[in-house]
Design a protein around this ligand. Structure first.
Ligand code: AMP
Length: 378
């Protein structure tokens, strides 16, 4: 690896693999701080590509493009877990890369992730690995019914998941997914879902953002409420578990840990090796937002202050709202305590994340009430 001394300072070029909304918000943060940004994304209409100094329009496995990125950038990060680990390894021959390929490889494969969590003593929902149809019987016996069959790779926002009650249903779902490796997970009676976004430096220093309480709709994050309305002891435990995951991974960069709360206990659902949708509240409600923190961790700068400046409710805006003359931006922007973020995506499709808004109010129930009202009005 080329050895640009740390910290990497403004004026330098940073790279990012993936040009979706997370890459766009990273690009905005980096450029605000005076860095140049090069985005690698095959999509010519990439939301981050439009904001970057340079958009390399090529595949994530394109050796020429990876060489070009590595030569131009002092450091490269990623905005999504499905980037091939081999590409990160290749890039690491040219420049600093964070997070490292090993962490991404664990988080991008549900079977590896769940196995790693169990081996390291973290509580999860009961699960069993399913490599072939023959495994389903024993898997269902291990998890109990009902259960969720989830594809190991490339599932997101509830896609690649099926609820199954019987062996027959599990077989049908497994075939529907093309017989690819899956995880069967016992269905948990959720009281609540929470998440923790954190950053970890090369030196192992951790900065944790406040715990978010997350509500999902159809498997997609709908609203995050911060601070989470859970006992302090549970918040503290979630933060400690998230920190322990980052430490055991030897993680460098920003990551998120999503939890289920059931019977007052925490179970880890997923690890995201990148900033997270449930951390978008930090854009307006924290001293440092998760994307500036990503820049700081990538560049080997001291991590920023994660203090919450105001209670906040974050609402996702999905493509479903682009009908009947909507979305009604006028109604939303009439409020002086609502901050709108749109991602510059051209095509609005149902379920597609087009933007979000943050409602800030010293009174959390008031923030949530306005968030819910605006969600309905939009
Ligand atoms: P995932 O993509 O695995 O994060 O799942 C998306 C959402 O589906 C989660 O945020 C939960 O709301 C729900 N879900 C996933 N797994 C389970 C489970 N084992 N039991 C109950 N609900 C689940």
């Amino acid at each position: 690896m080329s050895s640009k001394p740390l910290p990497i300072l403004p004026g330098t070029t940073l790279g990012i693999l993936g040009g979706g909304q997370l890459g766009r918000m990273f690009t905005i943060a980096a450029r605000t701080m005076g860095y140049k940004v090069m985005v690698l994304d095959p999509d010519f209409a990439s939301p981050a590509g439009k904001m970057a100094d340079v958009h390399l329009q090529a595949d994530y496995t394109d050796h020429g493009a990876l060489r070009q990125l590595g030569a131009a950038c002092a450091a490269v990060t990623t905005e999504f877990e499905n980037v091939p680990a081999a590409s990160l390894i290749e890039l690491a021959n040219h420049c600093r890369v964070s997070p490292g390929a090993a962490s991404v490889a664990i988080a991008q494969d549900r079977s590896h992730e769940k196995t790693w969590l169990r081996e390291h003593g973290f509580a999860t929902a009961p699960f069993a690995l399913v490599a072939s149809e023959a495994d389903l019987d024993a898997a269902l016996a291990a998890t109990g019914a009902p259960a969720l069959l989830k594809v190991s790779r490339f599932g997101y926002d509830g896609k690649g998941q099926a609820r199954v009650g019987t062996l027959e249903e599990a077989r049908a779902a497994f075939r529907e997914f093309g017989g690819q490796p899956c995880v069967l997970e016992g269905f948990v009676q959720l009281e609540l879902e929470v998440s923790v976004v954190l950053a970890r430096s090369d030196a192992g220093e951790c900065a944790l953002f406040p715990v978010a309480e997350n509500r999902h709709d159809n498997g997609i994050l709908d609203i995050s409420i911060v601070p989470a309305r859970v006992p302090d002891s549970l918040s503290q435990q979630a933060r400690e578990m998230a920190r322990a995951v980052a430490d055991k991974l030897g993680y460098v960069g920003v990551m998120a840990v999503e939890f289920f709360v059931a019977d007052g206990r925490l179970m880890i659902n997923e690890i995201a090796p990148r900033p997270h949708n449930s951390g978008h509240y930090t854009l307006d409600a924290c001293v440092t937002n998760q994307f500036e923190q990503q820049v700081r961790a990538l560049c080997g700068l001291p991590l920023g202050d994660t203090r919450l400046l105001s209670p906040v409710a974050m609402v996702n805006i999905l493509g479903d709202r682009w009908h009947d003359g909507g979305p009604h931006w006028d109604a939303l922007l009439a409020h002086d305590n609502i901050k709108l973020h749109l991602y510059g995506k051209e095509a609005a499709r149902p379920g597609r994340k087009m933007g979000h808004f943050n409602v800030l109010d010293a009174n959390l129930p008031a923030a949530l009430a306005l968030a819910e009202k605006m969600r309905a009005v939009l």
